[in-house]
Design a binder for this molecule. Structure first.
Ligand code: NOJ
Length: 566
């Protein structure tokens, strides 16, 4: 048997409608987010209702039934705010406005309401580390020149060197090059420098400024009043910089990220900000949540962001960065669960997002990080991706899916330079750079591009889709029991119905041959074979769901995960 012992299409059975304006629904007193499956929509690339080649809010709204039928609990939307799009919307010019390319505030309102009516929660992205350089505050700060009170809201500094021609310190941008750009004074002479940890079009806010803190508390309330169920907090580890902005004293600073505490990341002062935010969220009914995008050196430091009076969840990037390797996976799973247990926060699991090469392509290649240029062995990658997903969904806690992974989409590794838009692709030595490959608009139906992404056959899409995506569309996969889409639907339905799955803080590992993992959660057993060979492993139980098609009794198929009732 291939996949399900359950019926696809029953995924929404028993789904409690979110209660944004009321008390938690029955069974939710411990928090809906503790075991939620949260689906990331990248608005540019999800669905384009008006046919301009760019996804939009009405497009998302029209496709919400797909997400309900998939069986997810919540949707996280990457930024759709007013933005010049220097970093695909992570450069916000107005935090309370929808960019016209995505729609209007009325569209956002309709989307939130309709999602709630379908039993889906909505989490929006909040970008508090930096604004766009077109933000009114930054523009006024530039216009008014040195001494303007608006300059206190960002990090403006005179340069070093005889004429201030050198940056104020040695910090490097995540996207490559110095983290400082020099301004011109209102009279045209060279002026102060400003800090931007990302692109020059993304000046960092100064969180020591009370005006910045006030503004973000107000922005939180604006979207909470709109009815959103939570916020994914961008660069949550970056808001507070070490006092005096000290030199790091090293080059190639990106290589240190993730290992060392940097003067611009994971400073202890950030936690006070999130405590204040938590108090605001707790004033609202319906269990609104904060989710940290926090890159820290260890899972233990990540746990600091989800202490009981701070955020609810943090992304588990250590898990995302782990290759398809049994020992490494077991290690990171144990470390993650152990780190979250003392703070009583759910562990989260994630395999793909809009910043990394999709896991179907990462696992098609030898281990090599999260920005890959090679398609690798596609069949192998898909086999492992399906298995990795079933492993992830069997683990205790909450899981994040990235749009298109339910279709088994690979990265598009051969995009021509002239269509690429990732700002870090164009800056030498940046951390990212190949992110366009996971941002290609997803296929919904039909045999010709844009495969239902936009309304008209032959219509535009902001990044070109490969011809073979016709066979990967939602329509093409629906009803095919061997398809990745049906595997996801079945997995989410089993997960929703099985009492042993979802929330929890531990697994019981069984002894296994090399390359194999097996763990129990009550009467549920998950087996994982990460090797390229079938492995003998007898299970005394009934197969609930498997990633690999027919199974021979007593053998685990190569690169497969199976769920068993034991
Ligand atoms: C993290 C976001 O996920 C990424 O897309 C963005 O470029 C940076 N933060 C800067 O906002």
């Amino acid at each position: 048997m291939t996949q399900a012992a359950t019926t696809p299409g029953t995924a929404d059975a028993g789904r409690p409608a979110p209660a944004p304006a009321g008390t938690p629904a029955a069974g939710e007193s411990r928090g809906w987010w503790r075991d939620a499956v949260i689906y990331q929509v990248y608005p540019r690339s999800f669905a384009d209702a008006n046919g301009d080649g760019m996804g939009d809010l009405p497009g998302i709204r029209a496709r919400l039934p797909h997400l309900r039928d998939l069986g997810v609990d919540a949707v996280w939307l990457s930024p759709f705010y007013a933005s010049p799009q220097a970093d695909a919307g992570y450069d916000v010019a107005d935090y309370r406005a929808v960019d016209p390319m995505f729609g209007t505030l009325l569209d956002a309102d309709a989307l939130i309401r309709e999602a709630h009516a379908l039993g889906l929660r909505i989490i929006v992205d909040l970008v508090p580390n930096h604004s766009s350089d077109q933000h009114e505050w930054f523009q006024r700060a530039l216009r008014e020149g040195p001494g303007s009170p608006l300059r206190d809201r960002y990090h403006f500094r005179p340069g070093n060197g005889a004429d201030g021609e050198l940056p104020p310190n040695d910090w490097e941008s995540i996207f490559g090059g110095p983290a400082w750009t020099r301004t011109a004074n209102p009279d045209g002479t060279p002026g102060e420098w400003y800090l931007h940890l990302f692109a020059p079009e993304q000046p960092d806010f100064n969180w020591e400024s009370p005006a910045v803190a006030d503004e973000f508390r107000s922005i939180l309330r604006f979207w909470l009043d709109m009815g959103v169920d939570g916020f994914r907090v961008d660069v949550a580890h970056g808001l507070v910089k070490a006092a005096g902005l000290p030199d790091l004293g090293a080059h190639d600073q990106l290589k240190l990220l993730g290992n060392d505490v940097m003067p611009f990341f994971d400073q202890d002062g950030v936690h006070e900000i999130y405590r204040a935010w938590r108090r605001i969220l707790d004033e609202y009914p319906g269990q609104r949540v904060l989710v940290a995008e926090a890159w820290t050196p260890t899972v233990q430091r990540t746990a600091n962001y989800v202490r009981p009076d701070e955020m609810h969840q943090a992304f588990n990037f250590q898990y995302l960065g782990t290759y398809w390797d049994a020992d490494a996976l077991r290690r990171v799973i144990d470390e993650s669960l152990d780190a979250m247990r003392p703070v009583d926060a759910p562990t989260t699991w994630v395999l793909s997002n809009h910043d990394v090469t999709r896991h179907a392509t990462r696992f098609a290649n030898p281990p090599g990080g999260t920005q890959l240029r090679e398609p690798g062995d596609r069949a192998l990658g898909l086999r492992r991706a399906r298995a990795a997903t079933l492993l992830m969904l069997a683990l205790p806690g909450s899981a994040y899916l990235y749009q298109g992974e339910e279709l088994g989409l690979p990265d598009v590794t051969d995009l021509p330079d002239e269509v690429r838009q990732d700002p870090s692709y164009f800056r030498a030595s940046g951390q990212d750079g190949f992110r366009d490959g996971c941002r290609v608009p997803i296929p919904w139906s039909g045999t010709a591009a844009p495969y239902g992404f936009g309304p008209a056959e032959g219509g535009p899409s902001w990044l070109p889709q490969p011809a073979e995506w016709a066979g990967l569309s939602v329509a093409a996969q629906t009803g095919d029991p061997d398809s990745t889409l049906e595997l996801y639907r079945s997995a989410l339905a089993v997960r929703r119905q099985h009492p042993a799955l979802g929330a929890g803080d531990a697994v019981e590992w069984l002894e296994t041959p090399p390359g194999v993992l097996a763990f129990r959660r009550d009467d549920f057993l998950c087996t994982v074979n990460t090797t390229a060979e079938p492995v003998e492993f007898a299970v005394d139980g009934a197969l609930l769901l498997g990633s690999a098609g027919e199974q021979q009794p007593g053998l685990l198929a190569p690169d497969s995960t199976s769920w068993w009732a034991v």
